[in-house]
Design a protein. Structure first.
Length: 256
């Protein structure tokens, strides 16, 4: 008898391809449709905020989302778990970032704050959200933050701040969250809420921030375009996502 699985996908570079133009490969969409038809639970685990994830959730009819690299969990559009950077630290970090040339995006429950964003970047982000002038200046923030994304040189000046966690995705790209936050811990929390045991968890990713998540799952899958560090810890390395990697993986596992 087939036991349903909790299958968790990273978004950028795993579900979403940036080859030629931003898109979700057609065979990936079909694979998720077939996985859901078998009764599997599909989730995403991403560094993105809800605002930048909701279109994907709606288009793929996905009900479960781990956001901000594990700082927030959404089930059926409702927040069921959240851990923020403390208000004092959030404000202190923002004040320090205002002194730098780093490009910054910061998120609380309802707002997006930016610093050193080019006009092109603003237009792109507002286009993704479908809302103009939604990004507020970073110095407007007076709230606890879910995450802060930084683009630029390494951020050693943040060493003075306690009780935060910084993860590096790639060269010159970091994200700050509250301490003891990770995709891995959020996966465990979501699985417990859904009454899914570890043996029935599959995780698929492409980046450094997916390493712990793949190790937490019973089966960890690295797509063909994943970084070498992730491929080294994966149970399965499938094809590039633009070469049918998602569909091929789950066919080989007998899930579809």
């Amino acid at each position: 008898m087939y036991m349903r699985k909790l299958i968790i996908f990273d978004i950028d570079g795993t579900l979403v391809s940036y080859k030629n133009e931003t898109h979700i490969p057609v065979d990936t969409i079909q694979a998720i449709k077939e996985l859901k038809a078998k009764g599997n639970l599909i989730a995403v685990a991403t560094a993105r905020s809800y605002a930048f994830t909701v279109k994907i959730l709606e288009s793929l009819k996905i009900d479960y989302a781990i956001l901000h690299n594990g700082a927030e969990i959404i089930i059926n559009k409702e927040c069921v778990y959240q851990k923020k950077i403390g208000k004092r630290n959030s404000i202190s970090i923002c004040n320090e970032l205002l002194k730098t040339s780093l490009c910054v995006l910061a998120f609380d429950d309802n707002n997006i704050y930016g610093h050193n964003l080019s006009e092109e970047s603003k237009r792109y982000l507002e286009g993704e959200l479908g809302i103009k002038n939604i990004i507020r200046p970073l110095n407007d923030n007076e709230n606890s933050l879910l995450s802060i994304s930084l683009y630029g040189e390494d951020n050693v000046f943040l060493n003075f701040v306690n009780d935060i966690y910084s993860i590096k995705f790639k060269e010159k790209e970091n994200q700050i969250t509250a301490a003891r936050i990770s995709k891995s811990k959020a996966v465990k929390h979501l699985a417990k809420l859904l009454n899914i045991s570890r043996k029935d968890i599959v995780a698929v990713g492409d980046g450094i921030n997916d390493i712990e998540m793949l190790s937490t799952a019973n089966i960890g899958v690295a797509v063909g375009n994943a970084c070498a560090e992730l491929k080294a810890v994966a149970d399965i390395v499938t094809d590039d996502i633009d070469d049918g990697g998602i569909m091929n993986c789950f066919k080989s596992l007998g899930y579809i």
